[in-house]
Design a protein around this ligand. Structure first.
Ligand SMILES: Nc1ncnc2c1ncn2[C@@H]1O[C@H](COP(=O)(O)OP(=O)(O)OP(=O)(O)O)[C@@H](O)[C@H]1O
Ligand SMILES: [Mg+2]
Length: 402
């Protein structure tokens, strides 16, 4: 290739070669997916812990694009326990939505494919691996067992149908067996009222463009919760809302979760929302999990330099600063990931080992895990423990506040 071509430049020939390779890979994966009469044994699995509603296990979701393979999710492992809220945070483009779309199996196919790993779903009497489940079977789970509040209400609602018809459709499709038209409508009105829409009969007959952003978001929530799902994926459900409406929506979600005892996977880049909602927190960076733990672990004892940077960049009431901290540099190109720690080029706390391969996961406590070389040796860990007033597992519950 000529020397003065910009980074990422592809010649027509290279591009054609990539497309051809992609087609080969994706058509093989699609052929497998589209088989008829797939035996149940192929996708039945066992939960590693029966108290979990979902277990992501080494999930790899790639997009095979003409410019190359985008490794959007590259080896993600975390659990969503029953009745708990797990917050997923991370920079824009780090793979939060793709992780949740992999669980719902709503990836843009054929480019988007789960190429490796399991997503185990606890159905109560059995467990299934969603990544291998045929579409027909998944259709019975989507909407009524697991449901998603999408990131953008305006693009997720159909502009040419009335609100009532769209919510009715969800109910009659997933929960409508034996329900008359009037019963379905009554449930829709009930849901619209539950999400705090005052003029529910009026809104029932409106089109999405006639509603404000906050109301559209509420309709999305009503649709997602209409069939009492056990797993709710909320993908930035409050980003388009002002803070008062945001607080109401969060209250609503919390209330509904307790009423149905569902689990919530809450995706956002708003740390304040996470602090309010989540029991556990997963921090993602460039398609991988860099740190995970309980909300207390992450907020009071952040360990990964990226999490520490995130915490430093949020405003604190009563603390005066001239300028808020911002993490320097930018995320690496997802098509050409380096083979060392993805955060290294932006990290201000590097140690000698950081020149090595991507760091593996290190346990700081029973719940707290981090992928960073700073904690690979005793000295680094001790220094961090001192700086964060960390309480070891063995000392927890001995009158402390852990
Ligand atoms: N259909 C697609 N084709 C190609 N690449 C995609 C596609 N969808 C997502 N990606 C890539 O996958 C990566 C992760 O995207 P994702 O939407 O999960 O980000 P995110 O963490 O949800 O970001 P945000 O906070 O902005 O919503 C990005 O690099 C994105 O460019
Ligand atoms: Mg997203």
């Amino acid at each position: 290739m000529a020397k003065n071509k910009p980074e990422g430049y592809l010649s027509g020939r290279e591009s054609r070669r990539i497309s051809k390779e992609n087609r080969k890979i994706t058509s093989e994966l699609e052929k497998k997916r589209k088989r008829k009469n797939v035996p149940e044994s192929e996708y039945l699995t066992k939960m590693h812990d029966p108290n979990n509603a979902v277990e992501f296990d080494n999930l790899h979701t790639y997009f095979f694009t003409d410019a190359g393979t985008v490794k959007s999710v590259d080896g993600v492992t975390f659990d969503v326990p029953i009745g708990k809220t797990v917050g997923v945070v991370g920079e824009s483009g780090c793979g939060k939505s793709v992780t949740s779309l992999s669980l719902m199996q709503l990836l843009q196919r054929p480019q988007g494919q789960v190429v490796e790993g399991e997503i185990r779903l606890n159905l109560g009497d059995k467990a299934v691996n969603v990544a291998k489940m045929p579409d027909k079977e998944l259709q019975h789970l989507r909407g009524n067992f697991m449901s998603m509040i999408f990131q953008e209400p305006m693009t997720s609602l159909n502009p040419v149908f009335r609100i009532g018809d769209q919510v009715d459709e969800v109910i009659s499709l997933h929960d409508g067996e034996g329900k008359s038209e009037a019963e379905v409508k009554a449930r829709t009105i009930e849901m619209l009222e539950l999400v705090g829409i005052a003029n529910s009969e009026g809104v029932y007959k409106m089109y999405p463009h006639e509603l404000s952003g906050g109301m559209r978001q509420r309709v999305m929530i009503a649709m997602a919760l209409a069939c009492n799902p056990r797993i709710i994926i909320a993908d930035e459900p409050t980003t388009a809302l002002d803070v008062t409406i945001q607080a109401q929506v969060l209250d609503l979600l919390r209330g509904l979760k307790d009423k149905i005892n569902s689990s919530i996977m809450f995706i956002t880049h708003d740390l304040g929302v996470i602090a309010e909602m989540a029991d556990y927190v997963v921090v993602m960076y460039a398609g991988r999990i860099v740190e995970k733990g309980t909300a207390e672990d992450i907020f009071y004892h952040p360990a990964h330099p990226y999490t520490i940077g995130l915490m430093a960049s949020k405003p604190v009431v009563g603390k005066q600063v001239d300028k808020l901290y911002s993490i320097p540099g930018k995320v690496p190109n997802p098509i050409n990931m380096p083979n060392y720690c993805y955060f290294k080029d932006r990290c201000e706390m590097c140690v000698k080992q950081c020149n090595g391969v991507y760091p593996c996961e290190i346990s700081l406590s029973k719940t707290h895990k981090v992928s960073c070389y700073r904690y690979a040796d005793e000295a680094g860990r001790r220094e961090w423990e001192k700086s964060t007033e960390f309480i070891p597992d063995s000392e927890k519950g001995k009158g402390g506040n852990a």
